[in-house]
Design a protein. Structure first.
Length: 328
């Protein structure tokens, strides 16, 4: 038995070493990360185009600002507009399907179902063409401008580029700068409520506020600001000039103070149309369609004070079964 002990120890050491090496992938072949097919500088992009079977979207950039020129202009979310270029820079191929690309019709690339094009300021054009879906789920046939190669591309990369107008649009009609807000007036169907910051020299969440004539803590006031900030649409905006704001049902005023204590008031008006309300900044360019239910929730919120902790409903205490009570 004593002679076997050194052998057992050696076996245990070998097994331990094998387990450690396996857990750290020492026996696995390292896979190289696929290099992006293209790299363009954000500031050098003059335009990009998203062409699908349904529509064609064209975005143009000038002085760092984006505008949608096709199919129609919309207010844009700059983060989403810039993020599309980042997605284009992230395009990679999984593997080569046909290096020569002689029979493009076989892959649906003779008439691509989707094309994504970036044009630079120096007139250089880069295009990703996407054809048929492969039999392998989650992958498509694709090719890149300047090369006859047909390759396999992950469908998730295609989806990141196939944005709709709504994906690129700014969906929030009101963007609050919390620290600059000094008050909000909400008037809905003749009923008015006012939120006012009373400690103007403090951060919004540290300051005292008033809802009409009732005192509020900053932590509670944030919920009212959020209700305004989180108004959002799921429909395309339209020019404000197309909405007749005669006798608007909603009037929302936001009072701001800048670093020099100069106060400004931004007014938003809302006009009911069936089950929706068109909301537009007075003198602004765009009107946003919002469900009337979200406007009613906003008005109701400004009519309610936060419930004190001691008045909040406590969890119910389970009641013992009658049999247990009788045995005590």
């Amino acid at each position: 038995m004593k002679r076997l002990i050194p052998t057992l120890i050696l076996v245990i050491i070998c097994l331990g070493g094998f387990w450690y090496a396996s857990s750290h992938d020492f026996f696995k072949e390292k896979q190289e990360t696929a290099a992006p097919l293209v790299k363009v500088n954000q500031k050098d992009v003059a335009s990009y185009t998203i062409k699908t079977s349904d529509t064609e979207i064209e975005m143009q950039q000038k002085d760092g600002k984006w505008t949608m020129t096709k199919p129609t202009a919309l207010p844009l979310n700059e983060y989403s507009a810039n993020g599309w270029v980042d997605s284009f820079n992230g395009i990679t191929k999984e593997s080569t399907i046909d290096a020569e690309g002689k029979d493009l019709a076989k892959f649906g690339l003779d008439k691509p179902k989707q094309q994504f094009t970036v044009k630079l300021n120096n007139d250089t054009v880069q295009t990703l063409s996407v054809g048929n879906a492969m039999l392998v789920p989650g992958f498509d046939y694709a090719m890149f401008s300047g090369s006859p190669e047909v390759f396999k591309i992950n469908d998730s990369q295609v989806k990141s580029l196939a944005k709709t107008q709504l994906d690129l649009m700014e969906k929030s009609p009101i963007r609050l700068e919390y620290e600059q807000v000094r008050g909000i007036n909400v008037e809905w169907k003749g009923q008015k409520s006012t939120l006012t910051k009373t400690d103007t020299d403090k951060k919004s969440y540290e300051a005292n506020w008033k809802l009409d004539d009732k005192d509020l803590k900053g932590s509670d006031a944030s919920a009212y600001l959020d209700k305004v900030q989180f108004l959002a649409t799921e429909q395309p905006a339209k020019p404000a000039a197309e909405v007749k704001m005669d006798s608007p049902e909603l009037k929302l005023e936001v009072k701001y103070t800048d670093s020099s204590n100069k106060e400004t008031t931004v007014v938003y008006l809302g006009k009911v149309e069936q089950d929706n309300l068109w909301l537009a900044q007075q003198g602004g360019q765009w009107a946003y369609s919002l469900p009337i239910t979200s406007i009613q929730e906003l008005a109701d919120k400004f009519k309610q004070l936060p419930q004190p902790p001691e008045q909040q409903a406590a969890p119910e205490t389970p009641t013992a079964p009658a049999e247990q009570l009788q045995t005590k």
